[in-house]
Design a protein around this ligand. Structure first.
Ligand SMILES: NC(=O)C1=CN([C@@H]2O[C@H](COP(=O)(O)OP(=O)(O)OC[C@H]3O[C@@H](n4cnc5c(N)ncnc54)[C@H](OP(=O)(O)O)[C@@H]3O)[C@@H](O)[C@H]2O)C=CC1
Ligand SMILES: O=C(CO)[C@H](O)[C@H](O)COP(=O)(O)O
Length: 480
C-alpha cells in the first residue's frame, strides 16, 4: 500500500516518503528487478533519464512510484533510504554517485547493481564511507528473466551496510535446487563485483566451449541442426546440464521468422562484448593466476569481430575442412564437460587469488552455493564443486578434488581425440585446446620453464634458480 503525501509533477504522481527502495535506471535489468522487488512486497520508486522507460516501469510494476527527477526519487523514500543503481558501468555510475552522495544521510544505503569494475567499486565505497553512506557493490546475474523471477546476487560491502537490505535481497534472489537463496555477502568493498566479473569470465569461456562444440559437429561431424538440438538436449539431461546448454538447445531448434532457415544460418558470426570478460582475463594476469581459457574466449570474440578481414583471408588462404570418419559426438560431450571443469577451476582459483591479494576472505563454497540458481552459469557441475569446497575449503584447484579429477580422467581420451581431430581438420577450437593444455600443464611436475629461465639469464643476466640448491645464480653463457 502506498502511503504518505502525494505531489504532482507533470503527468506523474509521486508519493513522498512511502517507498521502501528506489531503482535508478529502468532498462532491462532495473525494470525487472523493480517488478521482482514489488512482488516481494516492496514499494518501489523508480527513475530513468528516459521518460518512456519511466512509463513502462509504472505500467509493469505494482505499487510503482515513478519519479521525474533524482530529487523526487529521494523524497519518495522512507528513511533510511535504499537506492539501487542499475545503469551502465563507468561514467553513469560515477555521475550518479557524485550527485547522490551529498544528498544522502548517514545510514542510507547506496547499491550499485550494474557490472562495475571492482576497482571502481573499491573507490566509490571509500567515497561513500567518507560521506557516512553505506555502499554495496552488488553483482547481479540472470539476465532479464533472472532479474524478474530471481537472479543470483553477489554482494560486496561491510556487513553493517548490508544488514538492512539483506532480507529483501535474499527474498528476491533465485532459489537453488535445494531451496537455498542465491544471495550472499561474499566480502567487503568490491568483492561482489569481483566475483561477478569472474562469473562473467566463466560465462564467456563456457559459451565459447559450447560454440566450438556446435561448430565442430557441423563442420566435420556433418550434423544437421535438428540432430545437434537432440544431442544438446540429451547432454542437458546429464552431467552437462546447465542453463547455457538449455538455451543452446532452444537456439538450435529455432527457425528464422523471415526465411524459415535455422536461425543460426542468418546470424552473423561476429560477437560483441561489454568488458567484463576482458577485465576477468586481465585481472587474472595481474594476479599472476593462469586463466587461459577465459582469456582465449575473449580473444575468440575479438577474432570473431574481424569478420570482414576473415572473409578476405578465407578467399586468399582457404582451409579445406575434411569431414571426420569417426563418430565424434560422445567425445565432444567429454570435451565440453572437461573444458567446463577446467574453466570453473580457473575462475575459482582467480577468486581465491583476488581474495588473498585484497584481504577479502571470500568464502568459495558460498560462491558455488549461490551460482547454483538464477545465474547464467548455473550448472549441475556446481553441486560437485560445492561438495568439493565443503570438503576442502582451501583446495588450491578444483581439479585436485578426487571426484572432479575422476570426471576429468574419465573424459580425458575423448577430450584429447576432439582437440586432435579439430586440429587435423583445421577447425579452430581455441577454448577446448587451451582447457586441455591447462589440464595437462597443471598436473605436469616438470615443464619447460627451465629453458625460459636460461634464455632470460642469457640475454638479460636475470639469474636463474637451480634444482640442486636455493638462491639465484648467473652463467656467463659465452664464456668470460
Ligand atoms: N542485461 C543484462 O543481461 C545484464 C546487465 N547487467 C548490468 O546492469 C546494468 C544495467 O544493464 P541493463 O539494464 O541491461 O541496461 P539498459 O541500457 O537496458 O538500462 C540502463 C538504463 O539506465 C538509464 N540511465 C543511464 N544513466 C542514467 C542516469 N544517470 N540516471 C538514470 N538513468 C540512467 C539508461 O537510460 P538511457 O538509455 O537514456 O541512457 C537506461 O534506461 C549494466 O551495468 C549492465 O552491465 C548485469 C547483469 C545482466
Ligand atoms: O552480465 C551479464 C550476464 O551475466 C550481461 O549480460 C553482460 O552484458 C554479458 O557480457 P557481454 O555483454 O560482454 O557478453
Amino acid at each position: 500500500m502506498v502511503q504518505g503525501n502525494s505531489t504532482r509533477t507533470g503527468a506523474e504522481t509521486t508519493a513522498v516518503g512511502s517507498a521502501d527502495i528506489a531503482v535508478l535506471g529502468l532498462g532491462v535489468m532495473g525494470r525487472n528487478l523493480a517488478a521482482n522487488l514489488a512482488d516481494h512486497g516492496a514499494v518501489v520508486a523508480g527513475y530513468d533519464l528516459d521518460e518512456g522507460r519511466r512509463g513502462a516501469f509504472a505500467a509493469q510494476v505494482g505499487n510503482a512510484v515513478p519519479c521525474a527527477s533524482v530529487e523526487e526519487l529521494l523524497g519518495a523514500l522512507k528513511a533510511p533510504r535504499t537506492i539501487l543503481m542499475m545503469v551502465p558501468a563507468g561514467a553513469p555510475v560515477d555521475e550518479l554517485t557524485a550527485a547522490l552522495l551529498p544528498r544522502l544521510s548517514p545510514g542510507d544505503v547506496l547499491i550499485d547493481g550494474g557490472n562495475s569494475h571492482f576497482r571502481d567499486t573499491n573507490r566509490r565505497a571509500a567515497l561513500a564511507a567518507a560521506a557516512g553512506v553505506r555502499f554495496v557493490g552488488l553483482g547481479v546475474s540472470g539476465g532479464e528473466e533472472g532479474a524478474r523471477r530471481g537472479p543470483a546476487l553477489m554482494a560486496g560491502g561491510d556487513a553493517e551496510a548490508l544488514a538492512p537490505v539483506a532480507p529483501l535481497l535474499a527474498a528476491i534472489a533465485a532459489r537453488a535446487p535445494d531451496g537455498e537463496s542465491c544471495f550472499a555477502r561474499v566480502g567487503p568493498e568490491g568483492a561482489g563485483h569481483f566475483v561477478k566479473m569472474i562469473h562473467n569470465g566463466i560465462e564467456y569461456a563456457d559459451m565459447q566451449l559450447i560454440a566450438e562444440a556446435y561448430h565442430l559437429l557441423r563442420e566435420i561431424g556433418g550434423c544437421s541442426y535438428e540432430r545437434l538440438a537432440d544431442i544438446f538436449a540429451e547432454w542437458n539431461g546429464g552431467e552437462l546440464a546447465s542453463y547455457l546448454m538449455e538455451i543452446t538447445t532452444d537456439i538450435l531448434r529455432t527457425k528464422d521468422g523471415e526465411t524459415g532457415a535455422p536461425i543460426l544460418e542468418v546470424i552473423r558470426d561476429a560477437a560483441g562484448q561489454k568488458g567484463t570478460g576482458h577485465w576477468a582475463a586481465t585481472t587474472a594476469l595481474e594476479l599472476g593466476m593462469p586463466a587461459p581459457t577465459i582469456a582465449e574466449a575473449v580473444h575468440a570474440r575479438c577474432l570473431s569481430a574481424l569478420k570482414d578481414e576473415r572473409v578476405r583471408a578465407a578467399e586468399a588462404l582457404a582451409i579445406p575442412h575434411v569431414p571426420s570418419t569417426e563418430d565424434l559426438v560422445a567425445s565432444v560431450g567429454d570435451a565440453l564437460l572437461s573444458g567446463r571443469i577446467a574453466v570453473y577451476a580457473q575462475g575459482f582459483a582467480v577468486i581465491a587469488a583476488g581474495s588473498r591479494q585484497f584481504g577479502w576472505d571470500v568464502d568459495l563454497a558460498a560462491v558455488a552455493r549461490i551460482w547454483r540458481g538464477g545465474c547464467i552459469i548455473r550448472a549441475r557441475l556446481l553441486d560437485r564443486i560445492l561438495t568439493a569446497l565443503n570438503r576442502a575449503p582451501e583446495l588450491p584447484n578444483l581439479m585436485l578434488d578426487p571426484d572432479i579429477a575422476g570426471l576429468m580422467t574419465r573424459g580425458d581420451a575423448g577430450f584429447r581425440r576432439v582437440v586432435a581431430a579439430a586440429t587435423l581438420a583445421a577447425v579452430p577450437v581455441p577454448a577446448m585446446a587451451s582447457a586441455l593444455s591447462y589440464w595437462d600443464g597443471y598436473r605436469s611436475g616438470r615443464l619447460w620453464a627451465n629453458m625460459i629461465q636460461a634464455q632470460r639469464d642469457y640475454f638479460g643476466a636475470h639469474g636463474y634458480e637451480r634444482t640442486d640448491r636455493p638462491g639465484m645464480v648467473h652463467t656467463e653463457w659465452k664464456g668470460a
